[in-house]
Write a protein that binds this ligand. Structure first.
Ligand code: FAD
Length: 382
């Protein structure tokens, strides 16, 4: 189905994003996987080319573009299976926290640097003892004079090694559950802030993912992001866009997997014919094509709603749930159709299969999405 959301300017932007990804990322990605992270110079290059933080308003150094530009860049990075650079996290998840909850001073200081790629950001919510159950986090930021003193530990933090700025979810009132959570900005060079090892993952090998340790880290109270005790609410308010971004990336990855697999099965010979000549292959490809079109249509509908400010977090949860579940099914089928080569790291389908398993876990697991969707469904009947 023809996509109708984009105008000529968007198409021009897509062409330059595609060129950037193909020249600045694709040739180097395998090497970055060995190094366990992407170089800072890539972030600067992406910033200089205008691909970071597309929706940041001009007064804070951004292009002030609509969210479709963000979506396009997410799609172009996902299309080639470049899981290393966590641009989407920085641009579409962290920057919006600052835009929506930052003071004028925080926005003027951080956003231009995030747009240029001089500052790389992370969001640290998950702890060894609390992931889905965010209200139960144990990291504290307790007031002492003009400062907060932070103690605790985070885990699985994307951009953990590279981050210059961490949006930290912590308890300013340890006795309270959700109402005790606040967001605090922690600069990467604060005394007492330490990065653990770069975690060895099944996929996303070029993306640095780390433990973070906070030992009596002192930050001024002016580092509070938004309202004290409203951190959990602030996190929830931004979830629709976060889930939509995951769905956009997943929809693109399904299309890419189909493309790689059609080409491979047409070239690969068995029993004197192409693998694509077997009815089983054709039927599988037909199923995947239908899934790709259905997911894309729904995700584009969510994108259109989001542009109008109408995307609710429940619908976004449906997009996240279905796009990631179907993506993982599709990738598994596509690996199968590649035979033994589908198990070799040098093939993009193999990397995508390993990379995307996490999409059903991170950003709110599938089970949490189902909880959210079912809660609203049942309440409609109660
Ligand atoms: C590669 C990667 C990158 C990540 N990046 C970040 C990051 O940048 N920042 C960050 O803060 N976190 C990040 N995470 C963490 C991620 O968000 C968590 O792993 C996720 O929220 C799940 O939490 P958990 O691992 O503690 O699992 P748990 O919460 O312990 O869940 C274990 C299982 O129990 C299920 N479960 C939990 N609660 C319920 C329930 N109420 N009902 C039914 N089932 C339930 C879950 O769905 C899951 O299947 C990342 C994770 C990965 C793998």
């Amino acid at each position: 189905m023809k996509r109708t959301l984009f105008n000529e300017d968007h198409n021009i932007f897509r062409a330059s994003a595609r060129k950037f990804v193909e020249t600045q990322i694709v040739p180097f990605h395998a090497e970055w996987e060995k190094q366990g992270q992407v170089p800072r110079s890539l972030w600067r290059a992406a910033g200089e080319a205008g691909f970071l933080c597309c929706t940041v308003p001009e007064e804070y150094g951004g292009p002030g573009a609509d969210f479709l530009y963000s979506a396009i860049f997410c799609e172009e990075v996902a299309r080639v299976g470049a899981s290393g650079p966590a641009f989407h996290l920085h641009s579409e998840i962290v920057a919006p926290y600052l835009i929506h909850y930052g003071t004028e001073e925080q926005k003027k200081y951080w956003l231009p640097k995030m747009v240029s790629g001089e500052v790389i950001s992370a969001v640290a919510m998950t702890e060894p003892g609390a992931g889905s159950d965010l209200q139960n986090i144990k990291t504290t930021a307790l007031p002492e004079g003009e400062d907060f003193v932070i103690n605790g530990q985070k885990v699985f933090i994307s951009n953990g090694q590279l981050a210059d700025l961490v949006v930290l979810a912590c308890k300013t009132d340890p006795g309270a559950a959700g109402k005790g959570v606040s967001l605090v900005l922690v600069e990467g060079d604060r005394a007492g802030f330490e990065r653990g090892r770069n975690l060895e993952k099944v996929g996303y090998k070029a993306q640095d993912t780390s433990e973070l340790f906070f030992n009596d880290v002192r930050v001024p109270k002016t580092n509070l992001l938004g309202v004290e005790g409203k951190g959990f609410y602030q996190l929830m308010q931004q979830l629709a866009q976060e889930r939509l971004v995951i769905a956009i990336r997943s929809a693109t990855c399904i299309e890419a997997a189909l493309d790689w697999t059609v080409k491979y099965t047409m070239e690969r010979k068995a029993f004197g014919k192409s693998v694509s000549d077997f009815q089983n292959t054709r039927f599988k490809l037909a199923e995947i094509k239908s899934q790709a079109v259905m997911i894309r249509s729904f995700v584009d509908a969510c994108l259109a709603a989001h542009l109008k400010g109408d995307l609710d977090s429940n619908t976004a949860a449906m997009a996240k749930l279905q796009s990631t579940e179907i993506l993982c099914q599709v990738l598994d089928e596509c690996v199968q159709l590649h035979g033994g080569y589908g198990y070799m790291w040098e093939y993009p389908i193999t990397r995508a299969w390993a990379d995307n398993r996490m999409t059903r876990i991170a950003g709110g697991s599938s089970e949490i999405m189902k909880q959210i969707i079912s809660k609203e469904l049942i309440s409609e009947y109660s």
